[in-house]
Each structure stands twice: as structure tokens, then as C-alpha cells.
Design a protein around this ligand. Structure first.
Ligand code: UD1
Length: 420
């Protein structure tokens, strides 16, 4: 297994380009299954999860061609299999996103039941109940979700009892081709849901309330292929900004959008960062100062994203003062705290709350990545620790950060990958 070796002490400075969003690229690739003709999805990041979604489409017989800029042509007309197999779903839970589109377009789908993962049990009950409300017959058999709707799906009024990003995406895609109107209440408002809806509209879907918690989808008979550029990755943007703040640096991120991460930018300002924002960039300058610890509580958009919690916990670990970090979205998402404490951090865990008291200096250590964002927090910690930090199991990080070591090297970090 590859490892990252980081020698701490560099203050990040310089300019990098932000990649396309993984979490909007995945549902948009799943949405290509709804189209009658070829779709072109552009600005995709070159990441393992995206490759897995393309492999999933290919194994169903869907035509997939990639050009050198990661612009992908997907032609669903050649589909022969209606199954997402265990081997692929076990490596990427987001494979569940093909369920709604396959069922809506072809009336059948067999998707391996996604298991739990390091950050919690992560059920898909709301996805399934929503599809059942639209008339699907669903049973679980041999570890597979077997869903059938031979006469097509029907519009329904469905209240999601918890805000779920993937659940909203699956149901909005299914509703786009259902007969009649679907109303989804308590829908997720995440920018990635908005990006998917805008792609569906470009394909001919009729959706009202985009960006709100009530989506009204008038089903149409067919959807056409189109060309769509995936939005920038707001979590990648946030991660590099926090990395710069933690190392007291100054960076400019090109291709970044400020409107999709306001809660994160507010917290960075509270930490003492000077931000400047343009149409196509965000700059951050700490003017050499140590960050101040911040309190935060994760919750669905537009509140503070759970996917940025671990990075801020790492920043708080070396900040002035102390901060309370409350995780409300996933049950087990503070696990990186133990690894940070092994590097000399002072973090106490009380249930879903981490009380982080900033220390003057972390010390390099061998550490283990447990999930995608936790890995990013360990890399950030390694960049401000004395000596060498070796981050093991970085396949997690490769699922979500395109060329992370190259981008950090461009910003002056001493980081290299060694094959394991
Ligand atoms: C997506 C993101 C992930 C992010 C998360 C929350 C992708 C590929 N991943 O994951 O990076 O951390 O949103 O912003 O976009 N839940 C249920 N029943 C369900 C579905 C979800 O109880 O049927 C629970 C989950 O266990 C979790 C919470 O709802 O506690 C939110 O999960 P959800 O928004 O669905 O996350 P994902 O779509 O899996």
C-alpha cells in the first residue's frame, strides 16, 4: 500500500487549480443512464471513485469513452446488464446512485447492498422507501437490492425523515422519468444536488425548487443526452484553504467558487484568515499568524459540512485557544482524533464532540488513514509537525483528492509518495 511521507515545517504558498467535484461527478455519471442518447460529462476529476463509477457503467455494457481532459462520453444505449455487482459496490458506496436511474429507465435494477463503513452504519432505507413510494417492488435477496417497476415508476409525495444527499439524488433521478409529479420534502440542498438537478434540466427534466428543501419534479417521457461541466470540488477548495491556514501560509485557488462554501469561509475568517474572492478564485492569507481555534457543528447544507470537520479539527490542534467540534451527521467520524493525539495533539472526545486545545507544536509520527477526509487531516497535521510523518493506507485519500502530493508540492510542501 502506498504511503505519503511528509516533512513538516513548510508554510504553504502559491497558486493551484481546483479539480471538478467528485460528489457531483458521481451522481451525474449515474444520471447518464437516464438519457436516450450519448452524454458528455466534462471537468471530471481523475480519481479512483470516478474510475469505479465508469467501470460500473462499463460492466453494464454502457459505452464509455474518455478523452485526455477527463471529458467522458457515455452512451447508455448499449446497456445489457442491470446489475451493480458486489465487487464494485464494496469499493464505493456511491454505486447505489445507479439504482434510481436504472429503475426509472429500464424498470429493473439489482444493486449489491452497500455495507457500513469506517464512519458509521450508513443505511439506504430512505432511498428504498422513496422508490417504493413511487411504486417499485423492492426485496433484498442474497445481499442484493432487487428492485422492479415493470410498468414504470409513478410520481409520489415523499417526505424524507432525515436529510440525505444520496437519497435525494437517487429519488430526483428516478422522479425525472416517473409518470406524473413527485414532490420531495426535506430534500438535501447541497451544491452537488443542485449541480445534478441542473444537469437533469439540461437533459430535459422538469424540476422546480432547485436549491431548496422541496423539489417538485414533473416526470417526462424521455431525457436527451447533453454536454455538462461538473462544478468545482468545494471540499477540495476547503481542504487547501485549511491547509494554508494551518501552516500560516498564503494561497490562491483558481477555478474555485465562494458561493458554495460560505460556512467554511466564515469559519476561516473567524480563525484569522484574510480572504479575497473573485469570480474564478479564492485567496487566503494568514499573514504569518497562528490560526485561532474555532467552534463548529456539522449539519446538512448550508450549515458546516461534515466533509470539512476533520481538516478543521487538525487546524484547531495547533491553533491558539480551544475549539469544540460537534459531529452530527455521521456517528463515528471523529476517529482521526486518536491519530492526531499520537502526534501530540490535545483532543478530548466526549461522544460526538471533540474538545480541541491547541498545542504549540505537533510531532511527526507514523499514522494510519481511516477514511477520506480523516486522511486529509493527517496530511495537514504532518505539514505542521516537527520531523517526518508517514501516512499509511492513503488509498483513502486517492478516492477524493486529485494529485494531492503534486498540488501540495507546488505550494511548497515537502511531501512524497512511496509505493508500499
Ligand atoms: C454524501 C457524500 C459524503 C458526505 C455526505 C453528507 C457523496 C458521494 N458522498 O454521502 O461525502 O459526507 O453526503 O454530506 O456525495 N442516512 C440514513 N438513511 C438513508 C440515507 C442516509 O439514515 O437512506 C443517514 C446516513 O447514515 C448519514 C446521514 O443520513 O448519517 C447523511 O447521509 P447522506 O447525506 O445520505 O450521505 P451520502 O449521500 O452517503
Amino acid at each position: 500500500m502506498d504511503k505519503l511521507i511528509i516533512t513538516g515545517g513548510s508554510c504553504l504558498s502559491g497558486e493551484i487549480k481546483i479539480s471538478g467535484s467528485k460528489n457531483s461527478g458521481l451522481p451525474i455519471l449515474a444520471a447518464t443512464l437516464l438519457a436516450d442518447g450519448p452524454m458528455h460529462v466534462c471537468n471530471l476529476p481523475h480519481l479512483n471513485d470516478i474510475t469505479t463509477m465508469l467501470a460500473l457503467l462499463r460492466c453494464m455494457g454502457v459505452g464509455v469513452t474518455i478523452d485526455e481532459k477527463m471529458c467522458v462520453e457515455v452512451d447508455p444505449s448499449s446497456i445489457t446488464e442491470y446489475e451493480a455487482p458486489y465487487e464494485l459496490v464494496k469499493t464505493m458506496r456511491a454505486s447505489i446512485l445507479v439504482l434510481g436511474p436504472m429503475l426509472a429507465r429500464y424498470g429493473k435494477a439489482d444493486v449489491s447492498f452497500p455495507g457500513g463503513c469506517a464512519i458509521g452504519s450508513r443505511p439506504v432505507d430512505i432511498h428504498l422507501r422513496g422508490l417504493e413510494a413511487m411504486g417499485a417492488d423492492i426485496e433484498v435477496d442474497g445481499g442484493y437490492i432487487r428492485a422492479r417497476a415493470p410498468k414504470g415508476l409513478k410520481g409520489a409525495h415523499f417526505l424524507m425523515d432525515k436529510v440525505t444527499v444520496g437519497g435525494t439524488e437517487n429519488l430526483v433521478m428516478a422522479a425525472a422519468l416517473a409518470e406524473g409529479k413527485t414532490i420531495l420534502e426535506n430534500a438535501a440542498r447541497e451544491p452537488e444536488v443542485v449541480d445534478l438537478c441542473e444537469c437533469l434540466v439540461a437533459m430535459g427534466a422538469q424540476i422546480e425548487g432547485i436549491g431548496t428543501d422541496k423539489l417538485e419534479i414533473q416526470g417526462v417521457k424521455s431525457l436527451k443526452g447533453c454536454t455538462y461541466d461538473v462544478m468545482p470540488d468545494r471540499i477540495e477548495i476547503g481542504t487547501y484553504l485549511v491547509a494554508a491556514a494551518t501552516t500560516r501560509g498564503s494561497v490562491k485557488l483558481r477555478g474555485a467558487r465562494a458561493d458554495i462554501l460560505e460556512s467554511v469561509l466564515l469559519k476561516l475568517e473567524e480563525a484569522g484568515a484574510h480572504l479575497s474572492v473573485g469570480d474564478d478564485f479564492i485567496s487566503l492569507d494568514m499573514k504569518g499568524n497562528r490560526p485561532k481555534a474555532v467552534d463548529l457543528r456539522t449539519a446538512p447544507y448550508p450549515a458546516f459540512p461534515t466533509d470539512m470537520q476533520a481538516q478543521f479539527t487538525a487546524m484547531n490542534a495547533v491553533a491558539e485557544g480551544s475549539g469544540r467540534v460537534v459531529e452530527t451527521v455521521f456517528e463515528n467520524r471523529l476517529i482521526q482524533v486518536h491519530e492526531l493525539n499520537r502526534m501530540g495533539a490535545n483532543i478530548a472526545l466526549e461522544g460526538n464532540t471533540a474538545i480541541v486545545t491547541g498545542v504549540e507544536q505537533l510531532k511527526g509520527a507514523p499514522v494510519m488513514a481511516t477514511d477520506l477526509r480523516a486522511s486529509a487531516s493527517l496530511v495537514i497535521a504532518g505539514m505542521v509537525a516537527t520531523g517526518e510523518t508517514v501516512v499509511d493506507r492513503i488509498y483513502h485519500i486517492d478516492r477524493g483528492y486529485e494529485c494531492i502530493e503534486e498540488k501540495l508540492q507546488m505550494l511548497g510542501a515537502d511531501i512524497r509518495r512511496v509505493p508500499g
